[in-house]
Unconditional design. Structure first.
Length: 57
């Protein structure tokens, strides 16, 4: 479980960095939107896995 919490935190940190990259013009808005969409999908997967494991404890 702890590794999943760390993974989720790292994902959120990555989203923060992507926001900074977008504001500085290092990535396009389209790139940002694509990364954000994929990040949201990954976050849902991690959260679902955390919930599934918690139910079985």
């Amino acid at each position: 479980m702890q590794f999943l919490y760390i993974a989720r935190g790292s994902l959120y940190e990555t989203l923060t960095l992507l926001e900074i990259f977008k504001l500085r013009g290092w990535i396009t808005i389209d790139q940002f939107n694509e990364f954000e969409q994929k990040s949201n999908e990954i976050a849902k997967m991690i959260n679902s896995l955390i919930k599934a494991i918690a139910r079985n404890l």
